[in-house]
Design a protein around this ligand. Structure first.
Ligand code: NDP
Length: 330
C-alpha cells in the first residue's frame, strides 16, 4: 500500500524531491469504518499553498505525513451500514492506494449519472468555483466583455463558457497557441491571447477587448492582473480566484499596479474561496449538470495514469501541461 508523504517544504518551485513514497501495511477497517481504494486523484494549484508553513483558510500539510487532495475512491470493505461495497465516494482523502475512513465528509458519487472524473472537475470544486465566482462577484450581463486568465484550465474553461451562456463576449488568456485554439474551437471563446508570445499584454487585451473589460476572472494574478486592470471599464468587476503565477515566488512582488483606476472607475475587486460556500454547493452543481445535459457546457480533462505519477502531475500544473482538469487515474 503506497503512500506519498510531504518530505520538504519547498522554497520556490517544488520538485519531486519534496515528496516521499512510503510502503505501508494494508489497513483494516474498524467498527463503523470503510476501506477505500483510490481511483482518481485531483491535483490542484492550491496544494502549493498547503506546502508552506503558514496560516491560511486551510491547514498546511505536516512534514512526513501524507499529502491529501480531492479523491474519488471505491468502497471495497464496509463496516458502516451507510456505505456498500462497490459504491464510490468523493472527498478530501490522503495520497494512499488504500485507506480507511469513517465516512464523515465523504459524498457518494454515481458513475451512472456522470463519469467519475467529472466530480473532481466540472461537477466538483473547479466547476463550482467558476460558477460561484461569476454569480457572487462578477455578475456578468448580456453584451458585456468577460476576460478570463488560465482560460484553458479547469476553472477558466468553465468560467468562459458560463460567460457565453450569459451572453457575454468572452476573451481568454492561456499559455500556448494550441490552448488558444482549444478555447475558441471547443469552449466557444470569441478571442484568445497567448501570454507567452505576447510582449505587451496591456495592448493585446485592448485589441482583443475593443469595448474594454467589464468582468475579469483572474486565475493567475501578477502581471496579467495588472494588464487587465489597465483595461477595466467603469463599474468593472475583478474576481480574484487564484494567483498561480505567484505561488512559487519566495517573496510576493509589488502589485497590483494602477493609477487610481479603482477609484476613478468605481471598480470592484474581490477575492473568494469556494470553501466559504460549501453549504450552497447543491444548486450550482445541479446547474452545471443541466448545462452539460443541454449541450451548453463541455469540459476537458488531462488524465495521467499511475499512482506513482501523482507528484509529477501536480508539478506539471506550473508548467501548463494540462488542458482542463488535471487528474491522476490510479
Ligand atoms: P488549471 O487547470 O488552470 O491549471 C493551472 C494552469 O495555470 C496551467 O495549466 C497553466 O496554463 C497556468 N499557469 C501556470 N503557471 C502560470 C503562470 N506563471 N502564469 C500564468 N498562468 C500559469 O488549475 P485550476 O483550474 O484548478 O485553478 C486555476 C486557478 O484557480 C488557480 O490559481 C487556483 O489556485 C484557483 N482556484 C481557486 C479556488 C478558489 O476557491 N478561489 C478554487 C479552485 C482553484 P497556461 O499554459 O495557460 O500557463
Amino acid at each position: 500500500n503506497q503512500t506519498i508523504y510531504l518530505k520538504n517544504r519547498p522554497e520556490g518551485k517544488p520538485s519531486l524531491n519534496d515528496f516521499q513514497f512510503i510502503e505501508e501495511e494494508m489497513p483494516e477497517p474498524g467498527d463503523g469504518e470503510i476501506l477505500l481504494k483510490t481511483k482518481y486523484v485531483s491535483v490542484d494549484p492550491y496544494l502549493r499553498g498547503r506546502m508552506r508553513d503558514q496560516k491560511s483558510y486551510i491547514e498546511p500539510f505536516k512534514l512526513n505525513e501524507p499529502v491529501e487532495s480531492g479523491i474519488i475512491a471505491e468502497v471495497i470493505k464496509s463496516n458502516n451500514r451507510h456505505f456498500s461495497v462497490g459504491e464510490h465516494v468523493n472527498g478530501m482523502l490522503q495520497w494512499k492506494e488504500f485507506q480507511t475512513a469513517t465516512g464523515n465528509g465523504l459524498n457518494k458519487v454515481n458513475a451512472s449519472e456522470a463519469p467519475l472524473t467529472a466530480y473532481l472537475g466540472v461537477l466538483g470544486l473547479t466547476g463550482i468555483t467558476a460558477l460561484m465566482g461569476l454569480d457572487k462577484i462578477g455578475k456578468p450581463k448580456e453584451g458585456e466583455t468577460l476576460l478570463v486568465s488560465g482560460a484553458s484550465g479547469a476553472v477558466g474553461s468553465v468560467a468562459g463558457q458560463i460567460g457565453k451562456i450569459k451572453g457575454c463576449r468572452v476573451v481568454g488568456i492561456a499559455g500556448s497557441d494550441e490552448k488558444i485554439k482549444l478555447i475558441k474551437d471547443k469552449f466557444g471563446f470569441d478571442e484568445g491571447i497567448n501570454y507567452k508570445t505576447t510582449d505587451n499584454m496591456i495592448k493585446a487585451i485592448a485589441k482583443a477587448c475593443p469595448s474594454g473589460v467589464d468582468v475579469y476572472f483572474d486565475n493567475v494574478g501578477g502581471e496579467i492582473l495588472d494588464a487587465a486592470i489597465a483595461n477595466i471599464n467603469k463599474f468593472g468587476r475583478i474576481i480574484n480566484c487564484g494567483a498561480i503565477s505567484l505561488y512559487n515566488e519566495t517573496e510576493t512582488p509589488m502589485g497590483p499596479r494602477h493609477e487610481g483606476t479603482f477609484i476613478k472607475k468605481s471598480v470592484l475587486m474581490q477575492g473568494f474561496t469556494v470553501r466559504d460556500y460549501v453549504k450552497e454547493f447543491a444548486p450550482p452543481m445541479q446547474q452545471l449538470a443541466e448545462w452539460i445535459k443541454q449541450g451548453k457546457l463541455t469540459y476537458s480533462e488531462t488524465i495521467v495514469e499511475g499512482f506513482e505519477n501523482i507528484p509529477q502531475a501536480f508539478l506539471d500544473l506550473f508548467d501548463g501541461k494540462n488542458k482542463g482538469k488535471m487528474i491522476v487515474k490510479v
